[in-house]
Design a protein around this ligand. Structure first.
Ligand code: SF4
Length: 697
């Protein structure tokens, strides 16, 4: 760093799903600095603090620089790759020989390039005989995937970021882009139509504070609220009759269902006055182009899928889809969650196919030159069932890649205990110090963002290039190289000869996408992506004009066989854990700062980012709740749930409603408190609701 650059390459940021482009300044092939790319369709010269600090985590002294193998004395000791590979094969194959192939599973990530996650899924399932493997995208996007599949006929986020700049009404449900997606928040502020911004959130977040209208919904009453808005919109005559008739199915049942949600009932359930509900509905009804956006406040819920679909229902009802400034738009979390959704080979077969369909298995086998018999005929267990499988002895070996399960999984104490019970745990990551790596029998040192090649797919379906701009330290290798090494050692390297480089795999994935909703077979390789500044799927035709911004469903035709989107409704259910006298407060969790990322494995290595967040964990407490407990700001307090405790500094603030407390998801102890409950359709954890008490210590 500090040396004058002699070259610049562009690379998509490796933190969040916005997919900003960064110009990385090189000297003698090594990164010496970076600046946000001017002119890139996503960020046009902007980056948030994490993006600016992208290079710092690579230089941390906690990097894994050599494989580590736990010895008989329980100590992780450095070994070479040869011994590490032998230990991997011996450890996991030994488990399979004792307990069957399905007794070993993998947990993957939305943080590595699409080519790497596809190779991992293929090697594990088509080569090593594993059946079960899921990703940490289960924690963020599974709900949106399921909702889109049922409503649209495929997992198809329909929007382009330009819609934020073309709406005259923007509805944000369970989303705090000012913190979680700051570049999108900035783009919204560039909207020349001065849009009305409606925020649905139990907290008065940074986003809510800047909104035209904030609906401070009671925690997990959002489904009732959305049905109530549907009721009011129908009453206001805001139904787009032509669109509903020509492009949807199930409207009559929807109208019948929401008739049961008159404003008075909804006001009682949500805590929002009738007049505010009516004002919100009138704003939406008057909108020329209304876009609906949601993130984790919806997805991480015990009824997340139905809530996401209730958002989609409002867009369908009012015909706000397929036009500029509209859409039912899930914003993804991780930089490559969208790649994981299509190509991780976990619950969906490569390209969004179905493991249970023989025709889908045959297609994949033909493209890859494999025997279809090596493709499992059942999908993976979802993440929480893999965790349960460890508890009941079904899963005995686990390979965790680029995710920090022991910190991030809901109900953390239980999962730590379970990871410790495995016959053999392999962790492949950048750092030796993560809570999960510390538990591993074998640590495989991986290269990070900036140390390898590939592509990411961002929230608006834009495929962008990720570039190698630095050498990985010590013996660390790109995940791609590790997967190939392990495949050879396992004796199945012959299956993957065509998976010779990230770009070769990109070509295979293009073939696997052909004819699918995500078809990007028309992209002319990596060079095309670089020349165009990223390309949104679908792009099925070679040489076709690449528009800078593009949305789906402009023709009103959806991906169900009849071409129609579905209205979906359900009866609201209570959360799994309700408040009661011993635990009278609802615990809300979420992103605390735009300078932190998930479990902090990377962002905590940056002094600049650490300086942007409080040094101590903190809990937001409402003034009335604080007064009742004689708590003032900066007091150390203890949060207690049925599962564990956490110490934090109190922040007494009216931004949190009486009866709730808020804790940042990044703190290491937050998930000691959360309640392991799951949406029954998406199997996503419900991080947003648990019963706790807070008291001074
Ligand atoms: Fe990176 Fe997301 Fe920040 Fe953009 S908004 S710089 S993609 S972390």
């Amino acid at each position: 760093a500090g040396r004058a650059p002699d070259r610049v390459v562009t690379s998509v940021c490796g933190f969040c799903s916005t997919g900003c482009s960064l110009d990385v300044h090189l000297r003698d092939g090594e990164a010496v600095g970076l600046t946000p790319t001017v002119g890139y369709a996503v960020n046009d010269g902007m980056a948030c603090p994490k993006g600016w600090e992208s290079l710092t985590p690579l230089r941390a002294d906690t990097r894994a620089t050599t494989p580590l193998l736990r010895d008989a004395g329980g100590r992780q000791r450095p070994v070479g790759w040869s011994e590490a590979v032998d230990a991997f094969v011996g450890g996991l194959r030994g488990v399979q020989q004792r307990h069957g192939p399905a007794s070993v599973a993998f947990l993957s990530t939305g943080q590595i390039p699409t080519e790497e996650m596809a190779l991992l899924g293929a090697v594990a399932k088509f080569g090593m005989g594993m059946v079960h493997g899921d990703g940490n995208t289960r924690q963020c996007m599974a709900t949106a995937v399921q909702a889109y599949k049922e409503s649209f006929g495929s997992d198809a986020p329909p929007y382009t970021y330009a819609d934020l700049e073309a709406s005259d009404v923007v509805v944000l449900v369970g989303a705090n882009p000012a913190i979680a997606h700051p570049i999108l928040w900035e783009r919204l502020h560039r909207n020349p139509h001065a849009p009305a911004v409606i925020v649905v959130d139990p907290r008065r977040t940074e986003t809510a504070a800047a909104a035209t209208q904030h609906l401070a919904v009671r925690p997990k009453a959002d489904l009732e609220l959305l049905y109530g808005l549907g009721h009011l919109l129908i009453g206001l005559g805001a139904v787009d009759e032509d669109f509903v008739r020509d492009s949807t199915h199930g409207y009559a049942a929807y109208a019948d269902h929401v008739a049961g949600y008159p404003p008075e009932r909804v006001a009682a359930a949500t805590g929002i006055p009738v007049a505010d509900l009516e004002r919100c509905a009138r704003t939406i009804a008057a909108g020329r182009a209304v876009s609906f956006w949601w993130t984790m406040g919806v997805n991480q819920s015990h009824q997340g899928t139905r809530t996401a679909q209730a958002v989609i229902d409002l867009a369908l009802l009012t015909g706000n889809i397929g036009r500029p400034g509209t859409g039912a738009n899930s914003i993804t979390g991780q930089c490559n969650a969208m790649g994981s959704r299509l190509f991780s080979n976990t619950t969906s077969l490569l390209g969004g196919r179905d493991f249970t369909r023989a025709a889908d298995r045959a297609e994949v086998a033909e493209v890859l030159g494999l025997d279809a018999a090596c493709i499992p005929d059942r999908p993976s267990l979802p993440y929480h069932r893999i965790v349960e499988g460890i508890a009941n002895g079904q899963i005995r070996g686990l390979w965790i890649v680029a995710t920090n399960t022991a910190h991030s999984w809901i109900g953390q104490d239980d999962v730590r205990d379970l990871l410790g019970r495995l016959d053999f745990l392999v962790v492949q990551d950048l750092y030796t110090t993560t809570d999960t790596a510390q538990l591993a029998d074998l640590v495989l040192p991986a290269a990070g963002w900036g140390e390898k090649e590939g592509t990411f797919i961002n929230s608006e379906r834009r495929i962008g290039r990720v570039r190698k701009v630095a050498r990985a330290p010590g013996l660390a290798l790109a995940d791609f190289a590790i997967f190939r090494l392990l495949a050879e050692a396992w004796g199945v390297g012959g299956h993957f000869r065509r998976w010779s480089s990230p770009e070769a795999v990109f070509g295979l994935l293009q073939e696997l996408s052909r004819g699918r909703p995500c078809d990007f077979s028309g992209i002319d390789g990596y060079a095309d992506l670089e020349a165009q500044g990223g390309i949104q799927w679908p792009q099925p035709v070679p040489g076709a004009l690449v528009e800078k911004e593009r949305r789906l469903f402009a023709d009103g035709v959806f991906h169900h066989p009849d071409g129609r989107a579905r209205f979906v409704v359900d009866e609201p259910r209570p959360p799994a854990e309700l408040v009661r006298p011993r635990r009278p407060l609802v615990l809300l969790t979420g992103r605390g700062s735009s300078a932190e990322w998930h479990t902090g494995t990377r962002t905590s290595t940056s002094p600049a980012l650490r300086n942007l967040v409080p040094a101590d964990p903190y809990v937001e407490v409402a003034p009335a709740d604080a007064a009742a407990r004689a708590i003032v700001s900066h007091d150390w307090v203890e949060l207690v749930s049925e599962r564990g405790t956490m110490r934090a500094r109190a922040l007494v603030t009216p931004t949190i409603a009486t009866g709730s407390v808020f804790v940042s998801m990044h703190h290491v102890d937050t998930n000691r408190l959360t309640m392991p409950s799951f949406d029954p359709h998406s199997h996503q954890p419900a991080y947003k609701h648990a019963a706790v008490e807070v008291r001074r210590v």
